[in-house]
Write a protein that binds this ligand. Structure first.
Ligand code: THU
Length: 149
């Protein structure tokens, strides 16, 4: 896995953010197990609650095109435009829950990006301890046997 390329893509995607309310631009790059990258940005709304985070944009693009198996997501977010290094942008609880649906918490990487060369790597199980997932409903374990779903 080339984490640098994923980090770079997440940074690039910030330019497409639609953020008239917060001005907080987030980009995401989601890597499938077979090496494809799906990107996303945050998309805000005047009614606020319909706002979609960059991470979920990337997941929903990928899942809606038939992808089910993922290995990592890079996330870059902060106020303002490209240039200065960012503070870490940790995914919101809703996005962590969407990751839990489709990814193996033991292996899926959440990569928090500050610049193209500077990022921190976490596992989903560490950013969402004791997460509730498909296994709790007697379905498959998260991230396992996804091709049959
Ligand atoms: N946001 C994301 O896109 N991803 C995150 O991980 C955190 C928050 C967005 C939602 C909203 O458009 C803006 O950042 C401020 O909360």
């Amino acid at each position: 896995m080339d984490r640098k390329i994923l980090a770079q893509k997440a940074l690039e995607m910030r330019k497409y953010s639609y953020v008239p309310y917060s001005g907080f631009r987030v980009g995401a790059a989601l890597l499938t197990k077979d090496g494809k990258i799906y990107t996303g940005c945050n998309i805000e709304n005047a009614a606020y609650t319909p706002t979609n985070c960059a991470e979920r944009t990337a997941f929903f693009k990928a899942v809606s095109e038939g992808e089910r198996d993922f290995q990592a997501i890079a996330i870059a977010g902060g106020p303002g435009d490209a240039g200065e290094p960012l503070k870490l942008c940790s995914p919101c609880g809703v996005c962590r829950q969407v990751m839990m649906e489709f990814c193996d918490p033991e292996t899926f990487e959440v990569i928090l990006v500050q610049s193209g060369e500077d990022y921190q790597v976490y596992l989903l199980k560490d950013v969402l301890p004791m997460g509730f997932g498909p296994g709790n409903l007697g379905k498959r374990e998260p991230g396992k046997n996804m091709k049959d779903q």
